[in-house]
Ligand binder design. Structure first.
Ligand code: SAH
Length: 227
């Protein structure tokens, strides 16, 4: 019998066990306080096992970060849920979102379930290539992956964005991205060293930017410059 994985090599292990562990993960996220049904439904639809190495598929629905090579990780599902909830938190539903730090593309796929257009920037070419192919194979036509050595510079040609989400820890607020926010838009960015990293929310009103610090998080570092 033909299997979905025949046509989509990245879609693996679509069996009962996979769907049971996915359901368990969603229950855990709810228990941890994720209540936005849009986010829970989006995460129920995205096959996280397609975003990790084959050797790691049995752990794909554990609520942990996992290595994806090149010293990088796929974010912990709870953190993806928190970030996605913040993305939707503005006064009006966002349509254009920019993500800095594509990694394996999982957060971009979750966002693609929630908003019309997702731009995502990655500096490691091999990860960019993999993510681009994987997202295309899974049918995410509304994600536009871009390779850029310094994602902190954003995508000025495609600005403004309703939301900018940075999925790597910045040493300081990436102010270069501020002007790529639409008026009324917001940015979500982890700031600080690993032990004391917090999610910063930056809201734009005209030329005024209000910064508020929220949840403690732990992201791999955002690399600045082109070294
Ligand atoms: N969003 C991912 C997790 C990303 S891990 C997920 O869905 O799981 C952080 C990623 O940011 C890494 O792949 C790293 O290479 C990338 N990164 C770090 N600094 C960057 C920069 N300045 N520009 C673009 N990408 C960057």
């Amino acid at each position: 019998m033909s299997d979905i994985s025949d046509k989509h090599p990245h879609v693996r292990g679509y069996g009962m066990a996979g769907s049971r562990s996915r359901t368990r993960l969603l229950q855990r996220l709810e228990a941890l306080g994720v209540h936005d049904s849009r986010v829970l439904e989006a995460m129920a639809r995205v096959p996280r096992h397609s975003f990790v190495d084959e050797a790691m598929t049995s752990r794909a629905y554990d609520d942990t970060a996992l290595p994806i090579g090149y010293g990088q990780t796929i974010s912990q599902p709870f953190v993806v849920a928190q970030m996605s909830t913040h993305v939707l938190a503005g006064a009006t539903p966002p349509t254009r979102v920019l993500e800095i730090g594509t990694g394996c593309g999982y957060q971009a796929a979750v966002l693609a379930e929630l908003v019309a257009e997702v731009y995502t920037v990655e500096r490691i070419e091999a990860l960019y290539d993999q993510a681009r192919r994987r997202l295309a194979d899974l049918g995410y036509r509304n994600v536009r992956p871009r390779l850029a050595m310094d994602g902190v510079l954003g995508l000025p040609n495609y600005a403004p964005f309703d939301v900018i989400i940075v999925t790597a820890g910045a040493a300081r607020l990436p102010e270069a991205l501020y002007e790529q926010l639409a008026d009324g838009g917001h940015m979500i960015v982890p700031v600080g060293e690993s032990a004391s990293q917090r999610l910063a929310l930056v809201r734009r009103q005209g030329d005024h930017f209000a910064v508020e610090y929220r949840d403690a998080v732990s992201f791999v570092p955002l690399i600045e410059g082109t070294r």
